[in-house]
Design a protein around this ligand. Structure first.
Ligand SMILES: [Zn+2]
Length: 350
């Protein structure tokens, strides 16, 4: 965004440093069987049911819808973290292909976990390995330390090293994962994405980027990360609640300001810019906004910024309110059909 050839109403492409494209169909989903009363409940009653219900057709249209929503918001790069325990093999290709069709950059990873036994963890590792070995842009995903055995964490770390990429992992999002720093300290590297970090101690001793997801953290009532206390570079993600990064920036600013009335929007704006260290190509993408100038103080209070056009890798993928490569109406219609299938499955799930 600091590039010199930008017009006053332009930015580079925005980066969502932590997304779950599989959750794009979730808005409007049936209520869980009982009201969740803790973060663990939210995982067990909402997200760990949703991921088990997914098949590859649902995933395809969920990812296309999520990719479409990203370019509509000026986001040109998505760092995705995926789980679909009943359809693991090939799932990262489905996501990568969906994003390629829409024209959005994506970095894929499969969230390895021992929640579905050792075999489930092995299949997750294998999907990461298969995808990376075939030349896919990605990282090695791990759900979180608290759902993984030590051997699984070690295997994921070694696989990432082998492919010269980092590990993308939820860290200390809730109190169930309080010992994450002890378990990951000897494994983490500078290229890891440590997502959330809400309950990390200031002297956690981990390496990598912190990915801050302020709206998700508020929605899950897990507490405020105050990520700038953690001594690592900070990027912004949505944790699957869309990919509107200017909106996430505004939420990050409002939440920071609630915590510290002297804080300025320049700090959360710098968190958006950290995205270019994770996906450098997005710095060369161009978003032309309906309104300028681009100024953190102005944008922190401007709730109606819309892209006029979006250019990714030199190609215009969005202009005059429409994507250029795909039919937005068709994607929304197909995604709505798949959402109905998904919701029916959730209603019938024990
Ligand atoms: Zn997440």
């Amino acid at each position: 965004m600091a590039l010199e050839d930008l017009a006053p109403n332009q930015t580079s492409g925005l980066v969502c440093a932590h997304h779950h494209l599989y959750s794009a169909l979730a808005p409007g989903m049936p209520a869980p069987p009982r009201t969740p009363t803790s973060f663990r409940d939210i995982l067990e009653l909402v997200w760990w049911r949703l991921d088990r219900a997914l098949d590859l057709e649902m995933l395809e249209w969920s990812a296309k819808l999520g990719a479409l929503e990203a370019i509509e918001a000026g986001t040109t790069a998505i760092v995705d973290h995926h789980e679909s325990p009943n359809v693991i093999e090939g799932s990262l290709d489905v996501i990568a292909n969906a994003c390629a069709e829409v024209g959005v950059r994506v970095n894929c990873s499969y969230g390895v976990t021992d929640r579905h036994g050792t075999e489930g963890a092995q299949r997750g590792l294998e999907e990461n390995r298969r995808y990376l070995a075939a030349g896919g842009v990605g990282m090695v995903g791990v759900h979180a330390a608290f759902t993984c055995e030590p051997d699984t964490l070690l295997a994921a770390s070694e696989l990432a090293q082998t492919h010269g990429v980092g590990v993308h992992i939820h860290v200390a999002e809730g109190t169930d994962d309080l010992d994450a720093s002890d378990r990951l300290r000897d494994l983490s590297r500078d290229n890891w994405l440590l997502v959330h970090g809400v309950h990390l101690d200031d002297n956690h001793g981990l390496n990598g980027y912190i990915v801050h997801n302020p709206r998700s953290n508020m929605n899950n009532s897990v507490g405020y990360a105050a990520p700038h206390r953690l001594g690592l570079p900070i990027a912004l993600g949505t944790d699957g609640i869309g990919a509107a990064m200017l909106e996430e920036f505004r939420i990050a600013y409002a939440r920071l300001r609630e915590y510290d009335v002297t804080a300025t929007p320049e700090l959360p704006w710098s968190w958006l810019e950290t995205g270019y260290r994770i996906t450098p190509e997005a710095a060369h993408d161009r978003v032309t906004w309906f309104d300028g100038p681009i100024d953190p103080w102005r944008l922190a209070f401007h709730t109606n910024m819309k892209p006029q056009s979006v250019e990714i890798g030199g190609e215009v993928v969005y202009t005059e309110g429409k994507p250029t490569r795909v039919d937005a109406t068709e994607i929304r219609a197909k995604a709505a059909e798949q959402a109905q299938r998904l919701f029916a499955k959730l209603e019938n799930m024990v």
